[in-house]
Design a protein around this ligand. Sequence first.
Ligand SMILES: C[S@@+](CC[C@H](N)C(=O)[O-])C[C@H]1O[C@@H](n2cnc3c(N)ncnc32)[C@H](O)[C@@H]1O
Length: 365
Amino acid sequence: MTKEKTLPQPANTLAMAGDNTYNENSGQQYLAMEACLPLFESLGFGVNATFVDYGCSQGAASMAVMQRLVSQLPTNSTATLVFNDLPSNDFNSLIKLLPSIKSFDSTKVLYPCIIPNSFYNPIMPQSTVDVAFALSSIHWLRQVPPPKSTSESFEEFLRKRDSRNSAASHKDLVEFLNLRGREIKSGGKLIVAAPSPCADNEDGRITGNERLRCALFKAMESLIAVGKLPPNATAGIYPPNHVHTEQSFRAAINETKRIWKIEKAYSRVIPHPAYQAMLESQKGLRDIELQKAFERAYANTVVDWILAVFKPFMKSWWIEEGLDEEACEHVFQECSSLAKIEFVKNAGAQLPVAQDFIFVRLNRC
Ligand SMILES: C[S@@+](CC[C@H](N)C(=O)[O-])C[C@H]1O[C@@H](n2cnc3c(N)ncnc32)[C@H](O)[C@@H]1O
């Protein structure tokens, strides 16, 4: 029997949608950061500390955590604040936020710096980091998984995607933990907020997550049907990430148990804040038209939220499939508008978009 040859997949090089778009559309990730803050309590470090954010994006969540760490510095100390992400990340938006970190004490001196490199490479010199964190980032795979095959429906692709990517995801997480193990000092901490699969339609919780993805794909299909997008436009647009279950996360920690010990861990469901905002606005309203208007506002927010992550992958794939580069932004905007309409139509906008998260503090042995 001949073995099927598979070509090596390229490394992922694409970051989030630029021009501050991710910062403006990451309300849910911000809530995940806030839910993680208890893990930063009562941390000890000396007068010359180094803090690193792996996968900082445009910095909105990062600044809040760095501020928290800076406020815990002793007097007469210095701190190096390291912001890491892929080279394609919009670091300009992050740089504009740096002045928001205040030391409130002239005896504390801060040295922010940026390291544009994949966190699947060494980022810091050996044993130099006191506290590191990775929020909504370690589920990003090193390599881009193969695109959806033409014989598969989108639903089928989504169903099979998890099992197809689980081996790569485990290998990547172990690699990430080993690399960070070299960089973080003995006794130092690695704090992680890791998205995990939403128990969609199970345990009585029903989310709008799947309907949101379906709305996006339906929008693309209608643009394919009228020839505005290439026929295979939906196949390779899914971002290269794979969320960890608590079990798969613990399996990777277990494989690195010589260097990492779990100090604290808890799980939470993090809803998108726009859902709660919609419910508040609709409270006591009898006017159906007004209620629908708030639903549309919710749909707009969550579609913009998902697109802040998907956009670079969509545009890059569409161009690869032959879409004219100049037409691309216009078609993207059309796709966004159609997805917003579809999310209301498929009743997704009556449901909360939410994500389960695992929050963990690891101690470097
Ligand atoms: C969903 S965003 C999370 C951003 C931020 N930490 C937050 O909590 O809002 C994921 C980030 O991980 C980054 N990322 C993905 N793969 C990466 C890699 N191999 N090396 C460094 N950063 C990576 C992405 O570019 C993106 O900025």
